[in-house]
Design a protein around this ligand. Sequence first.
Ligand SMILES: Cc1cc2nc3c(=O)[nH]c(=O)nc-3n(C[C@H](O)[C@H](O)[C@H](O)COP(=O)(O)OP(=O)(O)OC[C@H]3O[C@@H](n4cnc5c(N)ncnc54)[C@H](O)[C@@H]3O)c2cc1C
Ligand code: HEM
Length: 489
Amino acid sequence: MPTPPQPRTAPLPPEQRTAAAPAEAPYAPQRVPAQRRQAPAAAPTEPSLFPAGGHPPVRQTAPVGPSAASAPHAGAPTAQAAPHAGAPTARTAPPAGPSAAHTTPASEPSAAPASQEGTPPDAVLIQRTMATVTPVADKVTSYFYALLFVRHPDLRPLFPAAMDAQRDRLLKALLTAAEHIDNTDVLVPFLQNLGRGHRKYGTRPEHYPAVGECLIGSLSRYAESVWDDETEAAWVRAYTTISQVMIDAAAADELRSPAWWHAEVVSHELRTPDIAVVTVRPDQPYPFLAGQYTSVETPWWPRIWRHYSFASAPRSDGLLSFHVKAVPAGWVSNALVHRARPGDVLRLGPPAGSMTVDHTTDSGLLCLGGGTGIAPIKALIEDVAEHGERRPVEVFYGARTDHDLYDIDTMLRLQQAHPWLSVRAIIDQQAHLQLPDAIREYGPWNEYDAYVSGPPGMIRSGVDVLRNAGIPHERIRHDSLEELVASGS
Ligand SMILES: Cc1cc2nc3c(=O)[nH]c(=O)nc-3n(C[C@H](O)[C@H](O)[C@H](O)COP(=O)(O)OP(=O)(O)OC[C@H]3O[C@@H](n4cnc5c(N)ncnc54)[C@H](O)[C@@H]3O)c2cc1C
Ligand code: HEM
């Protein structure tokens, strides 16, 4: 068996590697020790961005502008690291001051403090920055990473060797979260999940100020025309709030779960030339729910993680299966389909995703699955079967050609075994009925919750079809992190 990938942790002093490190407000709390904040002993129970029930800092409590913290980082990113970079100026001071969220009583959970006379609210300042940087998002990302790696070289080993096309995800998530900071119902679970997921990268609470400082450094450079002290203070508040939710969620997760699991491949079955069913045995129990997904790192591409959905409901033997399609020039998918063999050891992140069955109701399930998106749908069917419910489950299995229906035999076997299940294949190229017509024809769907799973384009069109069929948005579940981040919904 090959050597499992080595755990990656940031090069920190040993005392900082201990479990359940105190969660700190992200911004330079050491400069104002009186306002330090202790980690909660457990996960925050209330879905609020402000766990102490307070507003984020009001402007006066977050001093901005050049500060001592900017001095050690005065070096400019190298031209190689940052093609667009000049030296960060003294104006790009790191955000200063701790979160005053816990020192300022408040009446309602909003990221925007009561606006001072003449000062626009945070949301307006953030929107204004976003409008300015969006057309040059690539440059902002390059400069952000250049600042981060030049100022904080100790953080470089946490990231993949090659920062590929997906490198913009961190910044995109940050900007989207800041922009939608008041949408706590969506943001809090999203950020908690993100915070938990960051444990596998070796991210520690003390890394957050560095990322915040480089975010501000990069934004202030590319939004120079609209940047001022108020804008900087608004971003400091937003970043502090976002980070605190992530840090708290990670600290709570440390008390109950490993940062990652090793999982040995126990079987590898090629279903088509480019789709494999990969089954793994985790080294410790791996709790998850049918319909969720995890992140996977292969030994061949260290620190490159991709998401894959569980293809079965939790099994008594503890094994986990994934259906993986090798995409052209795809790093991880090709490794899993064409290279992985029994005995290889992968790393898994924590489970995530809310495309799960609500067992407190008996509504039917209307499932649209395309490509390997049929895998989590199969898991949902198994889940309903295991709960002994006889609620109707209607599956529309979409594909471009019949070759793409690689799992139709399994689905038809399930249909034979369960009278409450119907499976219909909709093949684009030969369908008498296209998906929208089929959905309309077999409705009405008033008593159903809908589940959509597949490539992002299919999710988008599937959701449209369902909305047009009268299914309200809140009854449609799908997961795609990218979708969530991109839409900021
Ligand atoms: C929540 C979630 C669940 C997922 N579940 C599964 C699953 O169960 N099975 C599965 O196979 N995949 C699944 N994916 C997709 C998976 O995470 C990877 O994105 C995919 O395997 C490609 O990764 P890669 O490293 O091989 O390609 P990358 O190296 O990331 O990409 C290489 C190139 O391929 C392009 N590309 C990326 N994805 C596709 C695609 N789907 N089709 C065509 N070109 C593409 C990229 O734009 C890029 O040019 C899921 C994604 C999400 C967000
Ligand atoms: C508020 C702060 C942050 C936000 C919103 C954020 C968001 C994200 C997102 C969305 C991703 C994409 C992959 C995923 O979903 O896990 C990501 C990846 C990553 N983040 Fe963060 N992050 C934050 C802070 C940090 C910090 C402080 C560190 C530590 C240095 C860090 C290190 C990483 C690493 C190593 C990756 C993987 C990079 C890659 O795969 O290319 N992040 N982050």
